[in-house]
Ligand binder design. Structure first.
Ligand code: ADP
Ligand code: MG
Length: 312
C-alpha cells in the first residue's frame, strides 16, 4: 500500500457540508459562515510521551481528535474541520483500520469533517489541527474572570492520572475499577456542547490538559486575579475516592489528561444543563495566587505542580 492508496482508503471521504474542496487537492476550501470568527488550534501526540505504544489504535484515533476538540470546546467554538498530519513507522493495515475507525467515530459524532493532512514515514507521531467558528465577540477566553466569580468544573477529575499510575506499575486496581479509569485516560469526551452553551454565560473558560492547578493558574494569570479552591469539593469517581488522600490530591490537582472544562461565572448565573455534571469548586479573589483549602477552610500545603514538558 503506497502513500496515496493509504490516504484514499482510510482518510478520504466525499466533501461534507461547508467544505467546497476536502482531501485530495493542494488546499482544502472551506465556506465561512458570514461574519463568524475562525478559531484554530493544534495538538500533537508523540508515542511514549502522550500515549503508550500498546494503546488500542481505535482509542488512539479517538483521543488524538478528542484532545483537539477539547480546545474548541474551551473556546465555545462550533467545529468546522480538521487536518491530520501523520508520521507512521510502516503502513500497517490493521493498525490504520483501527485508528481510522476511532477517529471517524468521534469526527462523525462531533460533526467535524477531515479536510486534509500530511502522511509521512517516521516515528509514530500524530498532529491534528482543528478549525472552528464562533460569532464575533463570543469566543470564550481565559482572560475574563472577575473578582467574586465562582469557579466551576465539568465531569470528574483525576481518573486518567490514576490509570497512568497503574500503567507505570506504581499501584494496582481490580479489573472493573481499572477499566473505568482506563476509559477516562484513553477515551476522553470533549465537552463541545457545554462549551457552546457557555457562550454569554461564562466569564472565562479553559480545558484541563496538564492538571487543574497549572491550568487554572493560566486562567488566573490571563485574568489578573487570584482564587481559592476547595479540595473537598473537587468531583471524583468512587474509584479515586477509595484511594489514599495523598494520591487523590495528586490526581485531582496535578493529574492532567482530564479534558474537562474549568470556567468562571458570576454567582447566580444560569448555568446550562447539557447532561454534564457541573461542580462549584472555588471562588475568584483579588489576592493573586491560587490557594487550596480543606473542608474546614485551612490552607492545604500540597507541594504539587503541573506537568511541563521541559521541567520534568
Ligand atoms: P501535497 O504534496 O500537495 O502537500 P500530499 O501529497 O501531502 O499533498 O497529500 C495529498 C492530499 O491528501 C492533500 O489534499 C492532503 O491534504 C491529503 N492528505 C495527506 N495526508 C492526509 C491524512 N493523513 N489525512 C487526511 N488527508 C491527508
Ligand atoms: Mg504534503
Amino acid at each position: 500500500m503506497g502513500e496515496f492508496d493509504l490516504i484514499r482508503r482510510f482518510f478520504q471521504r466525499p466533501a461534507a457540508a461547508g467544505v467546497e474542496v476536502g482531501v485530495g487537492d493542494d488546499c482544502a476550501v472551506l465556506v465561512p459562515t458570514p461574519g463568524a470568527r475562525w478559531l484554530v488550534s493544534s495538538d500533537m501526540l508523540v508515542e511514549g510521551r502522550h500515549f503508550l505504544s500498546t494503546v488500542d489504535p481505535a482509542r488512539l484515533g479517538h483521543k488524538a481528535l478528542a484532545v483537539n476538540l477539547s480546545d474548541l470546546a474551551a473556546c465555545g467554538a462550533t467545529p468546522r474541520g480538521f487536518t491530520l498530519a501523520l508520521a507512521l513507522p510502516r503502513a500497517d493495515e490493521a493498525w490504520l483500520a483501527g485508528f481510522a475507525q476511532g477517529l471517524w467515530a468521534l469526527a462523525d459524532a462531533s460533526g467535524i469533517p477531515l479536510i486534509g493532512g500530511d502522511t509521512t514515514q517516521g516515528p509514530l507521531n500524530l498532529c491534528i489541527t482543528v478549525f472552528g467558528e464562533a460569532p464575533p465577540g463570543q469566543a470564550l477566553l481565559r482572560s475574563g474572570a472577575r473578582v467574586g466569580d465562582e469557579i466551576w468544573v465539568s465531569g470528574r477529575l483525576g481518573d486518567a492520572r490514576l490509570a497512568l499510575e497503574v500503567f507505570r506499575g506504581r499501584m494496582a486496581l481490580a479489573g472493573e475499577a481499572f477499566e473505568q479509569v482506563r476509559v477516562a485516560m484513553e477515551l476522553p469526551t470533549p465537552r463541545l456542547t457545554l462549551g457552546q452553551a457557555l457562550r454569554g454565560v461564562a466569564t472565562a473558560v479553559l480545558d484541563i490538559s496538564d492538571g487543574l492547578l497549572g491550568d487554572l493558574g493560566h486562567l488566573l494569570a490571563a485574568s489578573g486575579v487570584g482564587a481559592t479552591l476547595e479540595l473537598a469539593a473537587l468531583p471524583r469517581s468512587a474509584v479515586l475516592a477509595a484511594q489514599p488522600l495523598a494520591l487523590q490530591q495528586e490526581c485531582l490537582l496535578a493529574g492532567g489528561d482530564d479534558y474537562e472544562l474549568v470556567f468562571t461565572a458570576p454567582p447566580g448565573a444560569r448555568l446550562p444543563d447539557v447532561g454534564v455534571p457541573l461542580t462549584r469548586i472555588g471562588r475568584i479573589e483579588a489576592a493573586p495566587g491560587l490557594r487550596v483549602v480543606d473542608a474546614r477552610g485551612e490552607r492545604v500545603d500540597h507541594g504539587l505542580r503541573s506537568f511541563d514538558h521541559f521541567q520534568s
